[in-house]
Structures are given as C-alpha cells and as structure tokens.
Design a protein around this ligand. Sequence first.
Ligand SMILES: Nc1ncnc2c1ncn2[C@@H]1O[C@H](COP(=O)(O)OP(=O)(O)OP(=O)(O)O)[C@@H](O)[C@H]1O
Ligand SMILES: [Mg+2]
Length: 308
Amino acid sequence: MNSIVVKNLTKKFGSFTAVDEVSFEVKRGEIFGFLGANGAGKSTTIKMLCGILEPTSGDALVGGFSVAKEPDKVKQNIGYMSQRFSLYNDLTVEENIDFFGGIYGLEGNLFEERKKWVLHIANLEGKEKLLTSSLPGGIKQRLALGTAVIHKPQIVFLDEPTSGVDPISRRNFWDLINSLSAENITVLVTTHYLEEAEYCNNIILIDAGKLIAEGSSKQLKTNYIKVPIFEIECSNVVEAMELLEKQDFVGETSIFGNNIHVITNEKFKDESQIHNLCKSSSINVKRINKIIPTLEDVFIHLLEKGKK
Ligand SMILES: Nc1ncnc2c1ncn2[C@@H]1O[C@H](COP(=O)(O)OP(=O)(O)OP(=O)(O)O)[C@@H](O)[C@H]1O
Ligand SMILES: [Mg+2]
C-alpha cells in the first residue's frame, strides 16, 4: 500500500522553478531516501509534502490526504523534523517535550507514556531539566526525532537529520529510523551521506528541481550506468585524473579513497587504452579493476550528464 503518492508536484518562487513536476510513490513502512545536491529542491518538496508550503501546481496524497486541498489534515497525520532541528535551545529537555506534546494535543496518561518513550530513545532519562542548548549534537538529534514522532504519526519526514553529527551518533540514529520502519511507519529522509542512502529501501535523486533517477540502490547501480567503470590505483593521482578526463573514451572521473574511478563512455574499447595512456605519460599503474559502480559513481555520472 502506498503511503505517499506524489503527482507532478511543482513549486515556483516567482519565475524560478524550485521543484519541477516531480512524481514518485512511497510504500507504507518504507525507508525512502531523498537525494540531491545543495539547492536541488529537497527541503521545498518536503515542506509541500508536510502541508506547510502550498504547491504551485500538481499535488500529493500523504496518508490519503491531499497536500493542496487538505494541508491541515496532512499536518495532523505526519511528523516533521526540519533541516535545522526543530527544538528550542533555550528550553529544557522536558519543556521541549511538553511543547511538542501540546502542539499535537497529547494529554494524560498517553502523554506521560510518550514523554517517557522520548526520554528513553534520546538517552535523557533523569536529565529532563537540562537546557537543550547544552546537549551534544547526537543526543539533540534523537530528542528532535522523538518530539517529531511523539504523537505516533504513520509518516515521518526527516530533512537532513544527520548533518553535522558524528559517525557513531549517525549509525545509532539509523538504528532508530530502522525501528520506526519496523513498526510500519513510513520514513522519508534526505541526506548528503551516500552510505546512508544504502540503508534506504528506495531512493530518488533530484537535480535542479527535476527527478532524474529512482529505484533501490541495486537498481540505481545497474539501470543508470551501462558503460564499464574502472578503479585505478596509480602514482600521480591528480595528474592521472586530468589526463584521463581529456580522453574521448572517458565520461567522468572521481577520487575514491586513494584511487581513481573512471566512468567510460561509448567510445571505450578495452583496458589497454588506459594502460597505454598511463605508460606513455610515465604514470605508474599498480592495478586496474573493472568494478560495480558505487552510488557515488551513479550520481556523478547522472549529474555530470545533466550539465552536458
Ligand atoms: N522561499 C523561497 N524563495 C525563493 N527561493 C527559494 C525559497 N525557498 C527555496 N528557494 C530556492 O529553491 C531552491 C531549492 O531550495 P531547497 O531548500 O529546496 O534545496 P535543498 O535541496 O533542500 O538544498 P540543501 O541541500 O542545501 O538543503 C534553491 O535554489 C533555493 O534558493
Ligand atoms: Mg534542504
């Protein structure tokens, strides 16, 4: 069953189109990754899906409600963690929880139970009186998620929840996202970390407001790059990259750890082209392997292709 159905969703700011006829579907209980460079239109799309920004045209059904026609119904049925965590820094932990519980109309035993749950998942039991501004980033992030889902919504939007948080906290945060999904809660999440995209059931990539790829990580890696990709370990990495970029059989190159990834194009014939090129330029090649693309390769390929 679909939890979110987006149809030709568009947002214009004056003559500038920030989100351009975007359509996609998200199944119930799915962790859905939303990727794109800075300014691609992710936050604008999320705000429309949360019913807080009116679409210029198109529509989306979120939990069965139209974001264009019933934004208030949408708001009541979702959780939203905005890009700059929605917490008030000058309130204590408990005051923040009370504030969000109040917004969502929780009271009595149910509220007390949910407050305990939020404190538990944020590791803040017994620390209710701490000022929110004094909390470490990872804890603040868990508190922000807890307050965003305090009313047990079926659908949650998380806008870059892990940006600026250390790797261990990020890993723990993803355990929390997985536990929501295990309860059949739909999670739509934006991130700049491609290793996090690997944890998603499905992914979309948008560029300049347009949807340019969608599918599981596996589908993205097999459906969008049809040309061979190589990983090269060699001396003079920067020089080698510059040289490779100039060749007519090379589409894109990128640095991956200490190695170079080379995405070829339709003019590519075989590996000897790379060997011969390096030999003639005194670049010492230690290893060339044909590889399965990483998500990063796929995105570089698609984004560069869009520019050409
Ligand atoms: N209220 C607004 N008025 C005018 N332009 C806007 C407005 N909000 C966003 N934009 C523009 O729309 C584009 C998309 O912005 P958006 O915040 O959706 O991008 P994003 O993908 O979330 O980027 P980031 O990764 O940096 O958060 C940007 O060019 C931005 O400057
Ligand atoms: Mg954003």
